[in-house]
Every structure is written in C-alpha cells, then in structure tokens.
Write a protein that binds this ligand. Sequence first.
Ligand SMILES: NC(=O)c1ccc[n+]([C@@H]2O[C@H](COP(=O)([O-])OP(=O)(O)OC[C@H]3O[C@@H](n4cnc5c(N)ncnc54)[C@H](O)[C@@H]3O)[C@@H](O)[C@H]2O)c1
Length: 339
Amino acid sequence: MQQAVEKLAGKKCLVTGGAGFIGSHLVDLLIEEGAQVRVLDNLATGKKENLAQHFGKAEFEFLEGSILEPRDIQRALQGIELIFHLVCRGVRHSIKYPEENHLVNAHGTLKLLQAVRATESVRYFTHVSSSEVYGTSRQAAMDEEHPTFPHTVYGAGKLAGEAYARAFYLTYRMPVAVIRPFNVFGPRSHFEGDAGEMIPKSLLRALTGHPVLVFGEGSQERDFTYVTDTARAIVEITASMLFTGETVNIGSGRAVTIREIAEKIISLTPGTNAGIEYTEARPGDVQRLLCDTGLLKKKLGFTPQVSFEQGLARVIGWFRENENKLGEWYAADTGKNWQ
Ligand SMILES: NC(=O)c1ccc[n+]([C@@H]2O[C@H](COP(=O)([O-])OP(=O)(O)OC[C@H]3O[C@@H](n4cnc5c(N)ncnc54)[C@H](O)[C@@H]3O)[C@@H](O)[C@H]2O)c1
C-alpha cells in the first residue's frame, strides 16, 4: 500500500457513484490516503449519510448530478486527474426497467468517456464493471478469459460499458483499467427496494424476526469479498497503473451457496425466531460465480484481508449500531425485489 499512498497523496480524484455502497468506502480510503476527492452522484440509490464523515472537509466535495447530464459531467471533471467510475443501476432494477438501466450503465459510461477524452487534466480512468458480465461459470473458477455471456440487461449493459472503456484505450490511447468485482458485502450495503442485496436484506429480516427469503433452491454459488478489501484493490490497481488496457477480477476465490449464507445468518441471529422461506427463483439469476484471483495476486500480490465470517460479524455489528432504525429499514424491504 505504500506505493499507493505515495501516488495518491494530493491527487484530485473523481468518484462517480461515490454516495453508493462501494463508492463511499472507496472515498473513505482515498481520503485516508491523502487524496482530494470529488463525488458525482444523483442519489438514485446512493445516500448522503454514507459520506456524512467527510462533509465539511477541505479535501472532499460532493456534487449532486447525473452522468447523463453534460453540464454535471463538465463540473465534475474540472481539474480531475484520476477517475473511478462506479455509477450504476443494479441487476434487479434491470429486470423491471431495462432501458433506463442500459442508459445509465452503458450509454452513461460512453458519455463520460467522451467528456474525459476532451479533458486535459485526466491521467487515468478506472472503470468498475462486474462479474455479472460472465453469466454462469463454465469452469470451476472464472479467470478474465472466461467467455462473457451475461444473463441480464444489467450484465449486458455493464459489458457494453467496459467494452467502451477498452475501446477508448485501444482507439484513443486513454489510460484505462477495467475491474470486475465479484459479489461485495459490508456495512452500508443495500437492503432496500430493488437495490437490496442478499446478505444485508437477510440480516435485516432475521434481526427483525422475519424469515430470510431464498429465491430458488439456494444452490446458487457466489464469491463474496468484504467491501474494504474491494476498495483497497480498486485503489491499488489504479495507483500501480499495472493494468492499463487490461481487465482484472477482484474476488476471494471461495464459493459459498445462498442456502449456506441463509443458514449462517439464522445461526448468527439467535432468539429472533426467523427461519428460511424458499420462494420462486429470480429471472435471469446466475447459478455459479467463482473468481479466479490469479491475475491480481500475480501482478499486485493482492489478497483479501477480511474473511467471510469476520465480514458477516462486522455487518451484524453495523445493523446493531443502528438498532433504532431497523423497523424503518425493514419497511423499505420489498420482498421479491425485482417485481
Ligand atoms: N455491490 C456489488 O456486489 C457489486 C459487485 C460487482 C460490481 N459492482 C459494481 O460496483 C459499482 C458500485 O456498486 P454498488 O454496489 O456500490 O452500487 P450502488 O447502487 O450503491 O452505487 C451506485 C451509485 O451510482 C449512483 N447513480 C446511479 N445513477 C446515476 C447517474 N445517472 N448519475 C450519477 N450517479 C448515479 C447511485 O445513486 C449510487 O450512489 C457498480 O458499478 C457495480 O456495477 C458491485
């Protein structure tokens, strides 16, 4: 990390989607490393409270605006050296609103890339894509050469976005790195509406005495990384500039089934009377995602520091710190959250 510290101190960084789950942890880390951070976020799913710790600091600036609005992009790019592009609308949102999802994830990325190309100050563009571009695993662990066969409009839009980013490297020599995180979990992850993710949603349900919902049989496998590890990997990939023009996975290399997670959550929240309720499968759900972490390990020596169990304990701790809000938060849970 020493290398990253030296390279990021004083750097002017733009985090698009910085009020979101991963983006806000990335902002925390960048500020810790001495960077100047500007966030562009329209608060579609992001929350100002995720960044409450930074409002008022000279090294932090928040711009409420959209990557679809040229004027907002222009304001956001002024003087910026490094871009971390995390804006997105999520996978379940894409089931109900495919065109709007595409507009943000694919078209929005293209608009941003075009504006960046016309901006002299920018030195690097880090594009955060997703393992959802792969579709279901055709082999045990998926390396970066695994075929891309997305199941959802979200996965398709993310694939288009990363393809545009690579095209700007190949056509215009824009220094770009494309990152594909596998599943991420941690404090501030979404439990609400169609943004709601399995772990926070299930923990919130269990802690408020409601059954944990499993969509389908629960045999789906996922590879989870704790959010501070994901943020650290994104920072190190950018600071090292070792992945320019390349695509790199971030994951743990360990598969866990949805049923195992649900059972673990029940056992970690004793006395709440919550059980597991199996219900219909989510359309387009991927059966298996498991990360081959070899490239990141080989080029950066990167391995996650927080185990799945430690991470779960920290998310439970975060919910317990917010005990008085759990009722209100549970009211924002929409059950089958793609409908
Ligand atoms: N959470 C995961 O498990 C995961 C896994 C793989 C990849 N990713 C990727 O990581 C990135 C961050 O994901 P996240 O989980 O933090 O999601 P998130 O929804 O918390 O963050 C996305 C942010 O983008 C903002 N946004 C949406 N539309 C916008 C627009 N038009 N203009 C400006 N801001 C807009 C939202 O308000 C939100 O703050 C995304 O690119 C996502 O595809 C996430």
